[in-house]
Ligand binder design. Structure first.
Ligand code: FAD
Length: 365
């Protein structure tokens, strides 16, 4: 395997910004993953594992270590009772896997159509959308422990993956495990695919709209249409923005904090607060999940906001976009100002969902 030097990272990310990788390896096999890790370990340089680059912001100065792009791309199947176990290389493009599953009449992934990135990235962040998440159908993950490269494949059964909202053991120990393969249990029984509803999208009405029970392909098309309407897609032939999806997580707050936010929002603009409902959801533990877009609506950072080469998607308040020629610094500065505005107004901290690679924060003071 060739280890390249000074490889531009911007074209390998959906933001399209960032500098070079000091070293770069594209590993197509487990042996090549191990070889690349041994290379980095011998030089005592940091490693960043790259998937589809759809949830990261690479520093303008690049990454002074090895960027390891995991490119295992095989899909194999094995019967397992009433399900089929599908083993998927971590480098397979997630949406290609979704399309593969539909073409093979497997159910369960349609609602996750159109999300950019790889299968590896989907496991790390427990990719979720429209009522479904990666962990729903995943049974096992095969990985290489970057601290013990020589140990071979380390298997994590689903229970050991510690999946939660947009997170997993692999996200919590970021960089420790290179995911090489994920095994899913898929069935051809298409039940319970149409239960998702939010204030803009009601999948439960699809049967009524179409006049018949939707096929998996029709569910996929409905999801892709909705994603395009929300500016949450990067796909040829559909309106796309250079972005990394939602920049911030949804905050969870205590009942007291929730009451304070309600009072503050109503004092600022009661009509707007009513128009934007629902913007908070009570959780089983009594906490509240808030829509960050609601909080941002009270600041200058609304949909369509622009500042030089960066802006906020005209379709989605949480999506920061590279309008043309933005730097990582431009994007990080806007993100920081959005966080400060929400914190100053509501006392709520917006946590970043997008991961910074290299020294993005150094030039972001
Ligand atoms: C337009 C748009 C819409 C989006 N919509 C959604 C959505 O609806 N739901 C959602 O959950 N996300 C969404 N995202 C975010 C993003 O697509 C997902 O988080 C995706 O799963 C990231 O995968 P990736 O391969 O691009 O990972 P990357 O961005 O390359 O990396 C993300 C993290 O995963 C790690 N990683 C990647 N591959 C591996 C591997 N093989 N082994 C170990 N670590 C690895 C990286 O080191 C990094 O820490 C969206 C993004 C965009 C641009």
């Amino acid at each position: 395997m060739t280890i390249e030097e000074r490889v531009p990272l911007a074209p390998l990310t959906t933001f399209g910004v960032g500098g070079e990788a000091r070293f770069f390896a594209a590993a197509k096999t487990v042996d090549e993953v191990q070889e690349a890790l041994v290379f980095a370990s011998a030089r005592k340089i940091p490693v960043f594992i790259l998937g589809g680059g759809s949830n990261i912001l690479v520093s303008d100065e690049g990454f002074e270590g090895l960027v390891l792009s995991v490119r295992l791309s095989d899909i194999t199947t094995e019967e397992a009772g009433d399900r089929t176990h599908v083993s998927v290389g971590a480098g397979v493009v997630w949406d290609d896997f979704v399309q593969w599953s539909i073409a093979h009449r497997f159910a369960g992934l349609e609602c996750l159509s159109g999300v950019p990135g790889t299968v590896g990235g989907a496991v790390i962040g427990n990719l979720g959308a429209y009522g479904a998440q990666t962990s729903d159908t995943l049974v096992r993950v095969e990985s290489i422990d970057t601290h013990h490269t020589e140990s071979g494949i380390r298997v994590f059964e689903k229970e050991a993956c510690d999946f939660s909202y947009h997170d997993s053991i692999f996200g919590k120990t970021s960089g420790r495990y290179a995911v090489v393969r994920a095994i899913f249990a898929l069935s051809t029984d298409p039940t319970s695919q149409l239960s998702y509803r939010d204030n803009r999208f009601d999948l439960t009405r699809l049967t009524h709209t179409l006049g018949h029970a939707p096929s998996q392909q029709e569910i996929r098309e409905a999801i892709l249409d909705m994603r395009e309407e929300k500016g949450s897609i990067i796909m040829p032939g559909r309106r796309s923005y250079k972005c990394a999806g939602s920049f911030f997580h949804m905050p969870f707050v205590s009942p007291e904090q929730y009451a304070q936010v309600v009072a503050r929002a109503r004092a600022l603009d009661a009509v707007r607060e009513e128009q934007l409902q629902p913007w908070a959801w009570e959780q089983p533990d009594g906490s509240y999940k808030l829509a960050p877009g609601f909080l941002l609506e009270y600041t200058e950072f609304k949909k369509g906001y622009t500042r030089g080469s960066v802006g906020i998607s005209p379709k989605h308040t949480l999506v920061i976009i590279n309008l043309a020629g933005a730097t990582a610094c431009d994007i990080a500065n806007l993100a920081r100002d959005m966080q400060r505005a929400v914190s100053d107004l509501f006392g709520i901290t917006l946590e970043r969902e997008v991961e910074y690679v290299g020294c993005v924060e150094r030039s972001n003071q």
